[in-house]
Design a protein. Structure first.
Lengths: 173, 359
């Protein structure tokens, strides 16, 4: 497996292991977001907080979360902002479903995005209903629990200065 | 039990008589029904337990990082960028369930130390200590069992019943500390009051409370979780309980009698002069106690008792009415009498043997 990274304007194809090490160093130095080159990408993890206002209306809002307990449902939101002066095309957001979490079926959301899932660690992607997994030698339809990665494929260009979001929910096992 | 399956098929010339045995026959039909109910309850319970797959959840202290990757083209050139790493830390959640393990316990009035078996399982994601409590005053039953002087024991020897080697539970002294997903088996001991009658049911409940605290799901105990995390009460609110039942009923006894023939010519023909060896086996087959059980067996007509031929569990008994457990009672029709005492299932099979010769 290999992927591309971008550094000082040079595109390098690097090995997965080396790339991961690079990313860890890189991310620790840039805890908030990556303002590198053309796109600014931020991931936020939040939970729903329900409050009852003075008028008795229940209000739900998202609040950033740092601690969770089993059973909690968290919401991952990746925001992509085009900070260059050119449109970006073929924009694809790949979001892993972290270990210990299970994707909440039907929760993936991204305006203008084709959403596909992977059950094999991000090697291949397909629509949720097309995926199968091996169950004691017999294929069975994949369920939300089986998804390891979610891919949000933007159908249109991301114009200069524009931003978009990709979001999904997962519950802590 | 093999003996039970042969009950009633014994083609013997004689009958074994015993007040307890007679009562047993009288209530046989109802007893069968009760046993079926007990088995049904046990079967339902086993199924329920087997399908309840507890999972303690992600361990406390686990840090979950996540990072998204974005691939794109700018001016025809592929590029890729990663997001920041979002991070969440798993706190301790406190959850416990108590599940009854034993079927309905068949008891009699004035029985003591009658056990019910429960399992306490920590379904939280961290290590937790639990305080245990018994409650035998429960609405909806027919009588209140009376908790024994020491009413809660660990089933230390994993025998499933109250036995030597089981360790008494002392609140605040040896509260069980359970790792995530770990469980401990607990026995509740109750005495059965006098005055209860057959068919009545009494219930007793075991409760396990988290020592960190109990309350509404979601309540938090700041920094009281493992490793200084916050502890949050899960769906159980940090407390679990389950209830077991005692059913009053008569003790069930199985009796099997067999005979072998040995003629004076070394054959097995029942001819005058042949020796008949009778073997009577008696066993309690349920949880009750047969008090002061006595096996009485008439010497059949046209036979003569062989002197000094009585034995109990292979130990010889004299024919005289003396200190040992048996004699030949000649006060009426000659009768072999063997006192079996207070029998429980734990005593196993009692075997009485005697011989006669055909006149």
């Amino acid at each position: 497996m290999s992927f591309y990274t971008h550094s000082k304007g040079v595109v390098m194809k690097i090995s997965y292991g080396f790339g991961l090490a690079l990313l860890l160093i890189f991310s620790s130095a840039n805890a908030i977001s990556q303002e590198q080159g053309h796109l600014n990408v931020t991931t936020l993890v939040e939970m729903e907080q329900v409050s009852v206002g003075a008028d008795g209306e229940r209000q739900t809002r998202l609040v950033p979360v740092e601690t969770v307990v089993p059973g909690d449902v968290v919401i991952y939101t990746t925001t992509v902002e085009n900070i260059s002066d050119e449109a970006a095309d073929n924009v694809v957001v790949t979001a892993p479903v972290p270990e210990h979490l299970s994707y909440v079926g039907g929760s993936a959301f991204g305006p203008g995005m084709l959403i596909e899932f992977s059950v094999d660690g991000g090697v291949s992607y397909a629509a949720a209903e097309e995926l199968t997994v091996d169950d004691d030698g017999q294929p069975r339809p994949a369920t939300a629990d089986d998804f390891t990665h979610i891919r949000f494929v933007m159908q249109d260009d991301l114009a200069a200065g524009a931003q978009s979001i990709a979001r999904f929910r997962a519950h802590l096992n | 039990m093999v003996l039970a399956s042969y009950k009633g098929r014994c083609a013997c010339a004689n009958d074994i008589q015993d007040s307890a045995l007679d009562r047993t026959n009288r209530i046989e039909a109802r007893r069968d029904r009760l046993r079926r109910i007990s088995r049904f309850v046990a079967a339902v319970f086993m199924i329920a337990f087997a399908t309840t797959a507890f999972s303690a959840g992600t361990p406390v202290g686990t840090v979950i990082d996540n990072m998204a990757q974005v691939d794109f083209d700018i001016a025809g050139t592929p590029d890729s960028v990663n997001s920041n790493v979002s991070s969440i830390t798993v706190q301790e959640t406190i959850d416990v369930v108590v599940t009854l393990q034993s079927p309905q316990n068949l008891v009699a009035a004035n029985d003591t130390n009658q056990a019910l078996l429960f399992r306490v399982t920590n379904i939280g994601n961290g290590s937790e200590a639990f305080q245990l409590a018994i409650n035998s005053v429960i609405g909806g039953d027919d009588f209140d069992p009376v908790p024994s002087a020491t009413p809660i024991y660990f089933d230390s020897d994993a025998s499933g019943d109250f036995s030597v080697g089981d360790v008494a539970y002392v609140p605040g002294g040896n509260d069980p500390v359970l790792a995530a997903d770990a469980s401990v088996d607990i026995l509740l001991l109750n005495d059965i009051p006098g005055g209860v009658v057959d068919g009545e049911i009494g219930r007793s409940e075991l409760t396990a409370d988290s020592l960190t605290g109990t309350g509404a799901p979601g309540d938090a105990f700041l920094t009281q979780g493992d490793g200084g995390t916050d502890a949050v009460l899960g769906a159980t609110g940090g407390t679990g309980s389950d209830t077991g039942e005692y059913l009053v009923g008569e003790v069930q006894i199985s009796v099997l009698k067999s005979v072998t023939v040995l003629d004076q010519f070394g054959g097995t023909e029942p001819i005058p002069g042949a020796t008949l060896t009778y073997t009577v086996t008696v066993a309690v087959t349920n949880g009750g106690t047969a008090t002061s059980s006595v096996a009485n067996d008439f010497i059949p007509a046209d036979t003569t008792y062989v002197p000094a031929s009585i034995s109990l569990n292979a130990a010889a008994l004299t024919d005289a009415n003396d200190a040992d457990a048996g004699e030949l009672d000649m006060s009426g029709a000659p009768t072999v009498v063997v006192r079996l005492g207070n029998l429980t299932q734990a005593d196993g099979i009692q075997t009485v043997v005697f011989q006669v010769t055909i006149d």
